[in-house]
Design a protein around this ligand. Structure first.
Ligand code: HEC
Ligand code: HEC
Ligand code: HEC
Ligand code: HEC
Ligand code: HEC
Length: 436
């Protein structure tokens, strides 16, 4: 594997530009460089999905080429808004998704450090079309940009729109999609716009998503666990055995929302909690919280970036939090360089976390204990960004506004969900059990 060689090269590249800033982001680039899919895979011909995917996700993706002459200018366009003129629901939903914002400020400020090769390795998952890479190269004045303005079917903002429709649906100007639902026309129905479409069952298969959401077994890992291991976690879960795919949970009824850890409703769906109160002697009560990963088809959370903190708070009869009784971190804690893992307390599918606290029984009624989850979906990145911000004098000036925006965004994405509350029995009254 080329990992040590890449590391030396990129460190040198950074030293040449911004001395001493050789932390997390650099090594992340190096690590992600060796992501899956780049190598061609040998595939059993008896598995049509694997055979399809082995040709569909071959990196780098090739330019789409000139649209066929019989495409109208609307159907020829790779702009999501053009697809959205006919596929209005998918477009509306996709616009609110993180796939659409995959080229946000958190991504772009780093391109000022990496140069073209490093940036292309990131765009492999964040904006992989050849046309998107060419547009970014133009914007950053990198070499190997095609001469002249892009043709009209390539909108100038295509790269900034992240994972556009064409990333998943268009190869060599041909449209690909899942088997049509009942009542929808077949792909080869004459007269369809964009010359119809090619059908593949791969669109309903978890392996379709693994191309970006899973690192290979020999890829970058800590304590033997790849940085991105979502597909393997899913494979080992009961959901894989029951045939429940990534799409079933993240694209129900074909919805293009892909909600995840950034969404409070999805976090609630992921877990089942219960609070149990018991007596400890005559004057103490014990509160025990149980958190079960009942609804995420992988570890909760799956990625090493989010930080979830479960907290037991003491609440007065007037509803005020007066004290934190106990807390537990749920997630992978790793250093900025991604070379050390301090702990991995993620909850696997079906797994549980229990923790509790003793406290004096209250003197009167109305006192409660509440279980809350504080979710910081981009915590590792926020720490990394803040580290760079502290050395901002060494950064290229153009990167700074983007970096500041990324930090602000990372903070704004944090949220708290109330999961359950249990009343505390006053002195002399028996205890109760509460579940959400
Ligand atoms: C002029 C209208 C129009 C435009 C523009 C258009 N499409 Fe379509 N597309 C259709 C129609 C009509 C069908 C067939 C009916 C259906 O499945 O919705 C179709 C089918 C599809 C399918 C197959 C759906 C399935 O059931 O598998 C996909 C995928 C698709 N289009 C993607 C795109 C993408 C991506 C773009 C933009 C790059 C685009 N289309 C632009 C009209 C359009
Ligand atoms: C071409 C690469 C690529 C493919 C294919 C892909 N994703 Fe993603 N996905 C990403 C990237 C990159 C992000 C992060 C975007 C961001 O936050 O900037 C993401 C984000 C997500 C999120 C949001 C997570 C959160 O933090 O809340 C979910 C859920 C998700 N993807 C599910 C899927 C599913 C399901 C599929 C398969 C149908 C899929 N993805 C296919 C690259 C991809
Ligand atoms: C193998 C695919 C892959 C590669 C390569 C990749 N990423 Fe990501 N990236 C993801 C996925 C998937 C997510 C979303 C994970 C989640 O939300 O749980 C993500 C999320 C992010 C986020 C947080 C969301 C946001 O947009 O602010 C940043 C920042 C990011 N990646 C930067 C990078 C950088 C910089 C590189 C190159 C050094 C890179 N990524 C390379 C798959 C990839
Ligand atoms: C990250 C990959 C990804 C992106 C980006 C994406 N799609 Fe899809 N799309 C899928 C998958 C996977 C399915 C199949 C979902 C299923 O049936 O479970 C699908 C299904 C469809 C279908 C068939 C009907 C349906 O809704 O199931 C159409 C039409 C479509 N997409 C259009 C679009 C358009 C238009 C865009 C951009 C606005 C877009 N897609 C962006 C992955 C993607
Ligand atoms: C049984 C439903 C279910 C299945 C199956 C499922 N997910 Fe999730 N996923 C969730 C829920 C609920 C969350 C929110 C809680 C969380 O982050 O774990 C989530 C969160 C995520 C996130 C957010 C990032 C993070 O760190 O947690 C990503 C990315 C993701 N899923 C991708 C996938 C991919 C890829 C697959 C298929 C290999 C998949 N999911 C299968 C339910 C599911």
């Amino acid at each position: 594997m080329g990992r040590p060689r890449h590391r030396r090269r990129l460190r040198f590249l950074l030293w040449a530009g911004v001395p001493s800033l050789i932390l997390g982001a650099v090594i992340l680039t190096v690590a992600l460089h060796d992501a899956p899919g780049a190598k061609s895979r040998r595939v059993a011909s008896s598995d049509p999905v694997a055979a399809f995917l082995a040709h569909y996700w071959v990196y780098p993706l090739q330019p789409e080429g000139k649209p066929p002459a019989d495409y109208s200018s609307l159907t020829a366009s790779l702009a999501p808004s053009a697809c959205g003129r006919c596929h209005t629901r998918q477009y509306r939903e996709w616009r609110s998704s993180l796939h659409h914002t995959a080229m946000g400020p958190g991504m772009l400020w780093q391109f000022y450090l990496y140069g073209q090769r490093g940036a292309n390795s990131c765009m492999r998952c964040h904006a992989p079309l050849a046309e998107q890479k060419a547009l970014i190269a133009r914007e950053f004045h990198w070499p190997n940009v095609p001469a002249g303005a892009p043709p009209s079917y390539i909108p100038p903002d295509l790269a900034h729109q992240g994972l556009v429709c064409a990333v998943c649906h268009v190869r060599a100007q041909r449209r690909y999609g899942p088997p049509p639902s009942p009542g929808q026309p077949a792909g080869d129905t004459p007269g369809l716009p964009h010359g119809g479409f090619t059908v593949s069952a791969a669109f309903r298969d978890s392996r379709f998503c693994a191309s970006c959401h899973q690192f290979p077994a020999d890829g970058p890992a800590l304590d033997g666990v790849p940085f991105e291991n979502t597909y393997q976690e899913w494979r080992r879960s009961r959901f894989a055995r029951e045939g429940i795919s990534c799409q079933d949970c993240h694209m129900p009824a074909g919805r293009h929302l892909w909600r995840g850890i950034h969404d409070p409703a999805m976090v609630r769906k992921a877990i089942t909690v219960s609070l149990h109160v018991s007596r400890r002697g005559s004057r103490l009560v014990h509160v025990e919280a149980e958190i079960v990963n009942s609804g995420a088809g992988h570890d909760f959370p799956t990625y090493l970036v989010p930080r979830v903190t479960a907290r037991l708070d003491l609440v007065t009869p007037a509803g005020k939090v007066v004290r934190q009784l106990a807390s537990r971190t749920i997630g992978r804690r790793v250093n900025l360089e991604l070379t050390r893992q301090f702990s991995d307390t993620r909850i696997p599918p079906g797994g549980r976390l229990t923790f509790g606290a003793d406290l004096p029984a209250p003197r009167g009624p109305g006192w409660r204990v509440r279980l809350r989850l504080a979710v910081a979906p981009e915590e590792w990145y926020v720490h990394m960004y803040e580290h760079y911000l502290a050395e901002s004098g060494r950064l290229p000036p153009a990167a700074l506004p983007l970096l500041r925006q990324a930090v602000a965004q990372g903070h704004a994405e944090r949220f708290v969900v109330n999961m359950a509350t249990v009343s505390l029995p006053p002195l002399g009254v028996p205890a109760a059990r509460v579940a959400n």
